[in-house]
Design a protein around this ligand. Structure first.
Ligand SMILES: Nc1ncnc2c1ncn2[C@@H]1O[C@H](COP(=O)(O)OP(=O)(O)O)[C@@H](O)[C@H]1O
Ligand SMILES: [Mg+2]
Length: 272
């Protein structure tokens, strides 16, 4: 179980402290699949970084199974069972995909090549093409993202945090990924999953949904309660919100009688 208690995260800009996260508290119980959603710039990735230990809160405490981990390092938290797939993963020059998966699993060479390949297949990568590849600039953003998700699968920890796993992933792999998350949800045991996502398909398999906007919790609760209020609203699709400001206006796209967008060239007056 993960508990965030009155978390604040301020950054200094000039002489001013700006509140990126403003008094956020929530609990992720064991055996739950929780999705955090909300507009871009709302503070979701910052929350993930605070949980992983990449950033330290200005105020508040973070507890894992009742143990205060607020002052623990990224490595300590990883050892204690928190794994994290970033929105924008980093490359590791000189390290092969196989090494990375073995490293992530904590089992080293006890992970066979066949096992490592299974993790890659689960995220839609043809394992034989990737297993010996170096995790360097030759990989595209989407490939890197999938490899990072595979490392989280290989780790199989108490709390797995995924930041927008769908970003940069093609539709076919996305279907695979949904299945991976469904399997994870079904086989959850004494662990929990936190996914940051805008995707309706992912929101649909959540036990709980937390909507974060403007550095605060806008609302949270069971999926049945929160999801209907999100469908068709800007919160689910991530409209840009300036810090401390109001959501930017959603551009009005002209539609035909069936609600389908009319291409700009055909729209009356050519203006959108
Ligand atoms: N270390 C930082 N320094 C300055 N601004 C930051 C820092 N971390 C996050 N922000 C700002 O905080 C806001 C929330 O960012 P982020 O957590 O990435 O939002 P989300 O993931 O919901 O889109 C953004 O406006 C971002 O630019
Ligand atoms: Mg983000």
């Amino acid at each position: 179980m993960l508990e965030l208690k009155n978390i604040r995260f301020d950054v200094r800009e000039g002489t001013e402290d700006i509140g990126i996260i403003r008094d956020v508290s929530f609990t992720i119980p064991d055996n739950k699949f929780v999705v955090v959603t909300g507009p871009n710039g709302g503070g979701k990735s910052t929350l993930a970084r605070l949980i992983a230990g990449i950033e330290k809160p200005t105020e508040g405490r973070i507890l894992l199974d009742g143990v205060d981990i607020t002052d623990k390092s990224i490595t300590d938290r990883a050892r204690m069972g928190i794994s994290y797939a970033m929105q924008q993963p980093v490359r590791f020059k000189g390290i092969q995909v196989l090494d990375l998966l073995r490293l992530a699993s904590g089992k080293g060479t006890r992970v066979t090549v066949a096992e490592a390949c299974q993790y890659l297949s689960r995220v839609g990568l043809c394992a034989k093409d990737y297993i010996m590849r170096e995790v360097n600039a030759s990989l595209s953003g989407g490939e890197l993202k999938r490899i990072e998700i595979a490392t989280v699968l290989a780790r199989g920890t108490k709390l797995s945090v995924f930041d927008e796993p769908e970003a940069g992933i093609d539709l076919w792999s996305f279907q695979n990924l949904i299945e991976v998350f469904e399997q994870m949800r079904d086989s959850i045991k004494d662990s929990s999953i936190l996914i940051i996502s805008h995707q309706e398909r992912i929101l649909e398999i959540a036990d709980e949904i937390i909507v974060v906007a403007d550095g605060k919790i806008d609302r949270m609760g069971p999926r049945e309660e929160i999801l209907p209020s999100l469908i068709g609203t800007t919160s689910a699709v991530g409209v840009c919100v300036p810090l401390g400001g109001k959501p930017a206006a959603v551009p009005q796209v002209p539609t035909d009688e069936n609600g389908n967008p009319i291409p700009k060239s055909q729209a009356k007056g050519g203006e959108i």
